[in-house]
Design a protein around this ligand. Structure first.
Ligand SMILES: NC(=O)C1=CN([C@@H]2O[C@H](COP(=O)(O)OP(=O)(O)OC[C@H]3O[C@@H](n4cnc5c(N)ncnc54)[C@H](O)[C@@H]3O)[C@@H](O)[C@H]2O)C=CC1
Ligand SMILES: O=C(O)CCC(=O)C(=O)O
Length: 472
């Protein structure tokens, strides 16, 4: 079915017809000043600058219409974490050698609830990555409608090639410092890249050992045997597809019969592929950091699950079992495969402007971000300018943290909901997020621009709460 979006959009939404030029100019110069100050303070934190810029560009019409947010220095306060913790993580490897990594927890904003956000173990982790992720989490968590603030953590530890014992030693040492900063009512970490049920299990065990008792609600993404929620594992990927489903439905489209490319082959990617296939899509490609596989018959998700979740092998192994599929070295070339729906689910900045041009030339109709900040700012602009339906990460991948919120509720009530019940709540939350983003985009006269809509809707909730709580 054909698809057109009548107005040309970009991320920057500076022209709002109902505002005076003076109000817009004053808001623009204010956000420019904030952005320059963020860069001056921490010049090396490029990913954080990018995340801040995306939000600030969206907020110009809000600030122009409601200058009291400027008067109360809401943005100055929002871009500064409430607390940044960085710590030493010593551990010994299987040869007995002592190694040292750096751990982080950024407690960014607790206006609407306790800090909530995942932990990433990856060699690229540094303050700029943890801060961008924590900053995104503030607005994403607000969009879920649940009472959770924004935080994020991680370490520059590389889990690749490590034995199970080494992973446990690292996770225990990480928690031996982290435990004093977290708790079911203060800060509730979960997984992210390199941190899944295994790592959460080791961290939970260590927390319990240090603290005594069984505070189930201190971590989410736990195993089902000790307080985990059904459907948390599936939640980010399924939620992404539910969000894109809403976005497609508004244009009279659906997943059925569409060819889909999904980057990554981790937690988000696997369950995005599974749900897209359940809805009748043909998922033809996925990747890992080394390369991608193309399977014209449709990716066998059970094989990917076994290779990645169980055997922890490279995606290149897939072609041994499915010889009609093709493996290609180099992960970013996955975007050269023509598709109708692209779901970047691997990592930040994995989809640049050149990839966006290639996807548009190949006939892409919709892009849904499963990873955090997977598209560069020029790539987002290119999609919006070319009328591509674009589901931004902080709205589209909010299903994971939303079900984490539901896991906290179940832990608090000491009960466990059925898979179908959690899945249905997730579906409803994703619908609500989509509607809030559409409504905010309409209200600020950028209809169809879900980047601006999601940023504005998330911001308003946090900003109004901060106003209500005074200067803290
Ligand atoms: N796990 C969750 O619930 C949520 C995760 N996210 C985001 O989704 C993304 C993926 O996270 P998970 O699936 O949890 O991690 P994961 O560790 O389970 O999987 C990450 C996948 O991405 C691949 N990858 C890493 N770098 C890559 C690269 N440069 N090119 C291609 N593939 C690459 C890895 O090989 C792996 O297959 C991250 O951006 C994360 O922040 C967002 C919301 C929730
Ligand atoms: O489930 C959570 O608390 C964290 C999810 C997360 O890290 C994310 O939304 O990026």
């Amino acid at each position: 079915m054909g698809l057109t979006i009548s107005t040309i959009q970009t991320r920057s939404v500076h022209q709002v017809s109902t505002l005076t030029p003076e109000a817009s100019a004053s808001a623009e110069s204010y956000v420019r000043r904030i952005y320059e100050e963020v860069k001056r303070r921490d010049p090396q934190e490029r990913e954080f600058h990018q995340a801040v810029k995306e939000i600030l560009d969206s907020l110009v019409p809000v600030l122009a219409r409601h200058p009291h947010y400027m008067e109360h220095a809401i943005l100055e306060r929002l871009v500064e974490p409430e607390r940044s913790i960085s710590f030493r993580v010593p551990w010994s490897d299987d040869s007995g050698q002592i190694r040292v990594n750096r751990g982080y927890r950024i407690q960014f904003n607790s206006a609407i609830g306790p800090y909530k956000g995942g932990i990433r173990f990856h060699p690229s982790v540094y303050s700029g990555i943890v801060k961008f992720l924590g900053f995104e989490q503030i607005f994403k968590n607000a969009l879920t409608g649940l009472p959770i603030g924004g935080g994020k953590g991680g370490a520059d530890f590389d889990p690749k090639g490590k034995s199970d014992r080494e992973i446990m030693a690292f996770a225990q040492s990480f928690m031996t410092e982290l435990y004093r900063h977290i708790g079911p009512d203060t800060d509730i970490p979960a997984g992210d890249i390199g941190v899944g049920a295994r790592e959460i299990g080791y961290m939970f065990g260590q927390y319990k050992r240090i603290r005594g008792g069984h505070e189930a609600g201190v971590l989410t993404g736990k195993g089902l045997l000790y307080g985990g929620s059904l459907a948390r594992k599936e939640a980010t990927g399924y939620g992404l597809v539910y969000f894109v489903q809403e976005m497609l439905a508004a244009q009279g489209l659906d997943f059925h019969g569409q060819s889909v490319v999904v980057s990554g082959s981790g937690n988000v990617s696997i369950y995005a592929m599974e749900k897209a296939q359940q809805l009748g899509a043909l998922v033809v490609a996925c990747s890992d950091s080394a390369g991608y596989i193309y399977d014209p018959k449709g990716i066998n998700v059970d094989t990917v699950k076994r290779l990645k979740e169980q055997d922890r092998l490279r995606i290149s192994e897939y072609v041994k079992e499915h010889p009609h599929a093709v493996y290609t070295e180099g992960s970013t070339a996955i975007w050269t495969i023509p598709c109708q729906i692209a779901l970047p689910c691997a990592t930040q900045n994995e989809l640049d402007e050149e990839a966006a041009r290639t996807l548009v030339a190949g006939g892409v109709k919709a892009v849904g971000e499963g990873a955090n900040m997977p598209s560069t700012l020029p790539a987002i602009d290119y999609f919006l300018e070319h009328g591509i339906l674009f589901a931004p990460a902080k709205a589209a991948n909010a299903g994971g943290v939303a079900v984490s919120g539901l896991e906290m509720s179940q832990n608090g009530m000491r009960l466990s909901w059925a898979f179908e019940e959690v899945d249905e709540r997730l579906r409803q939350i994703m619908k609500n997020i989509y509607r809030s983003a559409v409504r905010a985009a309409d209200e600020y006269e950028v209809p169809g621009n879900l980047v601006a809509g999601a940023n504005i809707a998330g911001f308003l909730k946090v900003a109004d709460t901060m106003l209500a709580q005074g200067v803290v």
